[in-house]
Design a protein around this ligand. Structure first.
Ligand SMILES: Nc1nc2c(ncn2[C@@H]2O[C@H](COP(=O)(O)OP(=O)(O)O)[C@@H](O)[C@H]2O)c(=O)[nH]1
Ligand SMILES: [Mg+2]
Length: 343
């Protein structure tokens, strides 16, 4: 064995590590920032010219603002949002690239107690995103105290041993005198994470600072996706989702929860318009009439509302044809759920 005696004269160079005559910061070892960052669960700040990249999972219970945060950070609507819980059904990638970092955000359906086959597929998508993430952003609605569902999400996150950034969202709805107390209550559920931010996703307030907290956890590396790519969804999927979003806003009662949209036709016409044909699938016969409305008025409103968003997305003029059909109870049937593209 080629062990050497400790303190051997040959163990050069032996620089004195501390000099009492100098102020403390000068005697910190060179890698102090790195060591400290590691203790705090962070990586050191990027060196000049260093690029970072990685996966970021957005998790939390339904309706807390995950998709709104994603769209604001990406700068394009990659995930539809609504005031209804469980608007996001699939795992959706949204990519944000700056000169320093590329983050691939994984927006997930809210973690909830599944009631049917669609719900089970959504829950798998939500949980599946966590182990692959370099950072997990736990989004909560800070205007309400944590409930049972928040506590179970928190314990799943703690067990995952991923770095956690806490987004205390909807802080516009929180009374100022409650801010300190509420912040503590949520932080306590995730081992008092040092990385938290009070955010307002709808106005973008503090989202840039949230971004900095996220980037601090990304590993060094080159961009993982082409720099102009902002999602993994095809244009067809984005268009189908924008139609579903319009329907979620226009329709009332229970109809929207059982609604799915499939784009069936897509043609570049000679007059320059893009002609899109889409089918709205409902789960009960009685819902069909509701979606169509008196003299087709409701369907027309869905078309007008979504066309505006679709034209923004495609930067082209669009002609749309919407159809409605019934697939009885599709959400409860594993096979129908799979056929519509949920794994
Ligand atoms: N007041 C307020 N509303 C918000 C905020 N963030 C999101 N929302 C609204 O909350 C609802 C749910 O948002 P969404 O992003 O779909 O939630 P998700 O289910 O977690 O993806 C939508 O109506 C949003 O406009 C916020 O910071 N403040
Ligand atoms: Mg969502």
């Amino acid at each position: 064995m080629d062990t050497q005696p400790e303190n051997s004269e040959d163990n050069a160079p032996v620089e004195p590590r501390s000099d009492p005559s100098k102020p403390n910061e000068e005697v910190l070892p060179d890698d102090a920032a790195e060591v400290l960052a590691r203790i705090l669960g962070k990586r050191p700040p990027p060196e000049a010219g260093e690029h970072r990249s990685g996966f970021v999972a957005l998790v939390g219970r339904p309706n807390v603002g995950k998709s709104t945060i994603l769209n604001a950070l990406v700068g394009t609507k990659v995930a539809i949002t609504s005031h209804r819980p469980q608007t996001t059904r699939r795992r959706i990638l949204g990519i944000r690239a700056t000169p320093e970092a590329q983050a691939i955000f994984v927006d997930t359906p809210g973690i909830h107690r599944p009631k049917d086959a669609l719900g089970r597929s959504m829950l798998r998508a939500a949980r599946g995103a966590i182990p692959d993430a370099d950072v997990v952003v736990w989004v909560v609605d800070v205007s309400t105290p944590p409930g049972g569902m928040d506590r179970s999400v928190a314990s799943v996150l703690c067990r995952s041993e991923r770095p956690i950034v806490l987004a205390l969202n909807k802080s516009d709805k929180l009374r100022p005198e409650l801010v300190a107390e509420r912040t503590e209550v949520y932080r306590a559920l995730v081992d008092d994470t040092p990385d938290w931010m009070l955010t307002i996703a709808t106005t973008g307030h503090s989202l840039e600072r949230l971004w900095e907290l996220i980037v601090a956890h990304l590993p060094p590396g080159p961009p993982l996706y082409p720099e102009d790519q902002f999602t993994d969804q095809s244009e067809r999927m984005l268009v189908a989702e924008l139609i579903r979003e319009a329907a979620l806003h226009v329709l009332h009662q229970e109809v929207p929860y059982g609604l799915e949209v499939v784009v069936e036709e897509w043609q570049q016409r000679e007059d320059g318009l893009i002609s899109i044909g889409a089918r709205l699938i409902v789960e009960h016969d009685r819902h069909k009439g509701i979606v169509i409305g008196k003299r087709g008025r409701t369907l027309k409103r869905i078309g007008t509302r979504s066309r505006r968003e679709i034209e923004l997305l495609l930067a082209e003029h669009v002609y749309m044809d919407l159809f409605v059909s019934v697939r009885e109870d599709w959400r409860r049937k594993e096979r129908d759920v799979q056929r519509l593209g949920y794994d």
